[in-house]
Design a protein around this ligand. Structure first.
Ligand SMILES: NC(=O)C1=CN([C@@H]2O[C@H](COP(=O)(O)OP(=O)(O)OC[C@H]3O[C@@H](n4cnc5c(N)ncnc54)[C@H](OP(=O)(O)O)[C@@H]3O)[C@@H](O)[C@H]2O)C=CC1
Ligand SMILES: O=C([O-])CC(=O)C(=O)O
Length: 263
């Protein structure tokens, strides 16, 4: 009986998400190359490439970005123009309208799609379906343990180590959130892209010393009803700023490329 061959995968980045993707795939689909800028402990040099051209030369069927906004900017259009589908987790990169336009044009030129993973959030499919009915309001709150905000501009606003209760340090739209907190507001961007856009999506970011998980709260209302989604995502072992679900959202998409039934 004929079956669909698993996709040959090219990865961009060798950090926490990339490694968790490889672990969860467990050999179910071949990884043909990994773009990483320098040799890295635990990364097979035979798999490592340093340029996007070298990654494309390994003839993948799909390329997956797990590296950050700058990687989407640096490599995204080249991948798409070459006729390869690109899955990204760093969706906040699209908060830059010029980059979003370039990537969209590159995808059309290459005859392929830029696929945005649902990442650390649940309910994105409901939001994007409800958009068709008409949405009036979309709100998102990203709540992480206080110290997960270290290394971000939140450090200039709060004494993170001294917090004893939750502190809202950002209120604004999803565009500003995504551009100011590029490693922590991709969910805000994904919500914006699935719903009513970067400028109308209301975002709050909270440093919360009372929690040990990454809590994402989404509420939206419109013609199809009113919806509330709250998840407490386990942090990934490799990078506590990132929820474990993010890598699995990519693996779900990759499995879907070869599964006889897709959900
Ligand atoms: N959609 C979502 O829900 C989420 C999205 N994300 C996105 O995923 C990204 C990665 O997260 P995570 O894996 O936890 O982060 P890590 O810091 O663990 O890993 C990032 C890796 O990407 C590499 N990298 C960065 N820039 C480039 C580049 N230009 N070319 C090649 N490699 C590069 C880094 O390499 P080096 O050591 O050389 O810097 C590092 O190995 C985040 O920055 C964020 O944008 C994260 C969480 C949730
Ligand atoms: O992993 C998470 O919990 C969310 C995150 O970092 C992001 O939205 O960029």
């Amino acid at each position: 009986m004929a079956s669909i061959a698993p996709p040959r995968i090219g990865l961009i980045g060798d950090g926490g998400i990339s490694r968790a993707v490889r672990k969860a795939l467990g050999g179910a689909a071949p990884i043909v190359g990994i773009l990483a800028r320098c040799p890295r402990e635990g990364l097979d040099e035979a798999l490592r490439v340093e340029t996007v051209a070298d990654l494309l030369a390994r003839a993948p069927d799909v390329i997956v970005e797990c590296a950050g906004h700058e990687a989407v900017r640096a490599y995204g259009a080249d991948v798409l123009r070459a006729g390869l589908s690109l899955m990204i987790v760093s969706t906040g990169a699209l908060a830059d309208p010029a980059l979003a336009e370039t990537l969209s044009a590159a995808a059309e030129e290459g005859g392929v799609q830029l696929v945005l993973a649902s990442g650390a959030m649940a309910g994105i499919e409901g939001l994007s379906a409800a958009r068709l009915g008409g949405l009036e309001r979309v709100r998102y709150t990203g709540r992480k343990p206080a110290l997960a905000w270290r290394g971000t501009p939140a450090e200039d606003l709060l004494d993170l180590a001294a917090l004893i209760e939750p502190a809202v340090f950002f209120r604004g739209d999803a565009r500003e959130a995504a551009l100011t907190y590029p490693k922590n507001s991709n969910v805000a961007a994904t919500v914006a892209l699935a719903g009513i856009g970067f400028d109308r999506t209301e975002v709050e970011l909270v440093a919360d010393p009372t929690i040990a998980t990454n809590v994402h709260e989404l509420s939206f209302e419109g013609a199809d009803g009113s919806f509330e989604v709250r998840i407490a995502g386990a942090p990934s072992a490799a990078n506590p700023k990132t929820s474990a679900l993010t890598a699995h959202s990519i693996v779900r998409l990759l499995h879907g490329m070869a599964a006889p039934i897709v959900i």
